[in-house]
Design a protein around this ligand. Structure first.
Ligand code: FMN
Length: 186
């Protein structure tokens, strides 16, 4: 098995991070991998906001949980009502991936960049988790306030986030994959 496929299969979400911070070089290397994702018409509609301000991360988690507690989905309400649930799992670094408003397929590009970053982190033995939980907050009445706090300007739409840090623990084994969901038409 080649190294890329090994990394793809080895990647797990990290839900427990060490307190120690990553280096700027590590973070930039991960972002750079994101910037090498495919892009519609080479638009490269992604933008990356690196947050390491613990207070701001806690605030985003708290506000996002308050929104989640009002979700229509019971499973989301329950998760967000848990006292010990932190939206970023207390990761020391969070990258918010935002899209240029005018881009042709902004969400898809940000998703492609995010997956690249998760795999880059894995290849560097850095823990990461894809976080979509902020969506509710950005779409709420507080959305503008937080877009301003993150300095996103008027033409950047936050799409998703990634928690990053040194791995404290995570599941060793992948959950069973639904293999065989393909067919050939020849
Ligand atoms: C679209 C999408 C949104 C996700 N949002 C979250 C999230 O908000 N919080 C979280 O802890 N994990 C989130 N995840 C990560 C999944 O929980 C994780 O991928 C899943 O548990 C499988 O584990 P694995 O990544 O180790 O294979 C998200 C994954 C995807 C693809």
């Amino acid at each position: 098995m080649n190294e890329v496929i090994k990394t793809i299969k080895k990647r797990r979400m990290t839900g427990k991070f060490k307190n120690s911070q990553l280096t700027d070089e590590q973070i930039i290397e991960i972002i750079n991998a994101g910037q090498h994702a495919p892009s519609v018409q080479k638009q490269q509609a992604w933008n990356f906001t690196v947050i390491q301000d613990r207070e701001l991360l806690n605030e985003l988690s708290k506000e996002s949980k308050l929104i989640g507690q009002k979700s229509d989905a019971e499973v989301i309400r329950k998760l967000n009502s848990k006292e010990d649930y932190h939206v970023f799992y207390n990761a020391p670094t969070v990258i918010i991936v935002s899209a240029d408003k005018e881009a042709m397929m902004p969400e898809a590009e940000c998703i492609a960049a995010t997956q690249n970053m998760l795999l880059a982190a894995e290849s560097m033995n850095i823990g990461a988790c894809w976080i979509s939980a902020l969506e509710g907050l950005f779409n709420s009445h507080k959305g503008d306030e937080y877009r301003k706090k993150l300095n996103l300007g008027d033409n950047q739409i936050p799409q998703l986030a990634i928690s990053l840090g040194h791995i404290e623990s995570r599941p060793e084994k992948a959950y069973p994959r639904r293999n065989g969901k393909y067919k050939f038409i020849r």
